[in-house]
Design a protein around this ligand. Structure first.
Ligand SMILES: [Fe+2]
Ligand SMILES: [Fe+2]
Length: 263
């Protein structure tokens, strides 16, 4: 099975990149399953049912979220209706939505997907290492192919999660920093790993936002309204190839494609 994982989709430029670029990437890489992190899909912060629908129309099968899950208030009451939108699995029990799901492909093959949130430099949540291993083990009873989106800030926490889950899942893919890292590899026990898949959105920006506003914020320390940038939109992510029988990763490859007609 070949899985395309798309890094944090930011605002309208990010959604447009998905629509414009995913069909070509699917064909070029023989992709069976498309997962996207959608926590910034609506105006750069959070997601709405409309923006999620746009990503699904663009060829995404399953959407993961992150620390901005609750940012748009209309999503929380809708979250229970989806079986293909995941919020972090280590959120408190009883909150809307689900943190993991087995997705069934049209040909009957299955892939488990888990969304986890880091704790270093982030809001307090349950231990992602405990929840991650427990969920990966539970998913593996249903299907050998299990993909983890670890949405976290600190490189050390993400690298540690890769080693912690090595052999317990097919891939640990980092999200949240919006900057793609070049450390993709298959770990010794068969888990593909990358610290961050990167961002899908305006590349000439500060992690998706208009750069002048962010620079001014750093210069003055004063609060300011962020605005999604538009220049040079592109899509970043990884393609993971998994052994359908064992769930071990065979390869992980970075993808970074510009939406050439734009920006
Ligand atoms: Fe993000
Ligand atoms: Fe985030």
């Amino acid at each position: 099975m070949r899985i395309l994982f798309i890094g944090d989709v930011v605002g309208r430029p990010g959604r447009r990149c998905v629509r414009e670029l995913v069909p070509g990437l699917r064909a070029r890489h023989g992709v069976d399953l498309v997962i996207a992190n959608g926590e910034n899909a609506a105006g750069g912060l959070g997601a709405t049912p409309e923006t999620l629908a746009e990503l699904f129309r663009g060829g995404v099968h399953l959407i993961t979220l992150g620390n901005h899950t609750w940012r748009k208030k209309q999503l929380a009451p809708a979250l229970d209706m989806y079986d293909n939108v995941l919020r972090p699995a280590n959120y408190p029990q009883g909150v809307p939505g689900r943190g993991s799901q087995v997705y069934v492909l049209p040909d009957g093959r299955k892939a488990g997907v888990i969304n986890l949130l880091g704790r270093v430099y982030m809001e307090p949540v349950a231990c992602p290492f405990e929840v991650g291993l427990r969920e990966a083990t539970r998913m593996r009873e249903m299907t050998p192919v299990v993909i983890v989106d670890f949405h976290a800030e600190a490189t050390s926490e993400k690298v540690a999660m890769g080693w912690h889950l090595d052999g317990a899942c097919t891939a640990v893919i980092g999200t949240h920093t919006h900057v793609q890292t070049a450390d993709e590899r298959v770990l010794p026990r068969g888990t593909a790993y990358i610290t961050d898949a990167g961002m899908t959105g305006p590349m000439d920006s500060v992690i998706g936002m208009e750069r002048d506003i962010i620079i001014r914020k750093f210069l003055t320390g004063m609060p300011s309204e962020f605005k999604v940038a538009e220049d040079r939109p592109g899509l970043c992510g990884v393609v993971v190839e998994a052994d359908d029988r064992t769930g071990a990763a065979l390869s992980i490859e970075r993808v970074c494609a510009l939406d050439e007609g734009r920006g």
